[in-house]
Design a binder for this molecule. Structure first.
Ligand SMILES: [Zn+2]
Length: 192
């Protein structure tokens, strides 16, 4: 099943969800606004945002982050941090290749992990959430149809029978992104 959403549709849903969680107007949630520094989101808000996206879209946003997943893919974090605790060029490159779509200005070598977390904008979360729907099952488990569509409820449903197909989890999508970035960079991965 192909992704039935346009990127803009997900951007709008993410904005509405954030506005609700943060108790602010959707207008103040520009694509470039960072959740933590600009919008003042705290960790509990992010938990609520995850719940909001689960309710609205049926997606499970990741609980882990790219750096942790990269450390486990490489079997350790030695190559991810420099002696001052900033991220290395390798870590920055994998982050930029992730579905969040960070630019070179937004994520670069030498940033601290908390700065990377604080760099995430509503556009980054929308891009990641949209990418989750690139990971729908091949066929509907109820009727076998291979096409999804966006229902009036705003959720992705099977075009054949209306069942709600379950996409991969955010953690799975993130892990796959890390694996393919390492592969593209020609780096061997930790087995198991
Ligand atoms: Zn179906």
């Amino acid at each position: 099943m192909q992704n039935p959403f346009e990127a803009e549709q997900i951007q709008e849903i993410v904005r509405e969800g954030l506005a609700q969680v943060l108790g602010t107007g959707a207008d103040s949630i520009t694509p470039e606004a960072t959740l933590v520094s600009d919008l003042g989101a705290e960790s509990l808000d992010l938990v609520e945002f995850r719940y909001e996206m689960e309710t609205r879209l049926g997606v499970a946003l990741p609980k882990s982050n790219v750096l942790d997943q990269l450390a486990s893919a490489l079997g350790g974090s030695e190559r991810l941090y420099d002696e001052r605790g900033g991220i290395t060029e390798l870590a920055a490159e994998v982050l930029r290749r992730s579905a969040f779509g960070y630019s070179e200005e937004q994520v670069h070598a030498g940033m601290r992990p908390y700065e990377v977390a604080a760099a995430a904008t509503s556009a980054h979360w929308a891009a990641f959430t949209h990418a989750i729907f690139d990971h729908l099952p091949e066929n509907c488990t109820e009727c076998g149809a291979d096409k999804a569509e966006v229902a009036a409820s705003g959720k992705a449903v099977c075009a054949g029978c209306g069942a709600v197909p379950e996409p991969a989890t955010g953690d799975e999508v993130m892990a796959e992104g890390v694996r393919s970035a390492l592969e593209a960079l020609g780096l061997p991965q930790h087995a198991g």
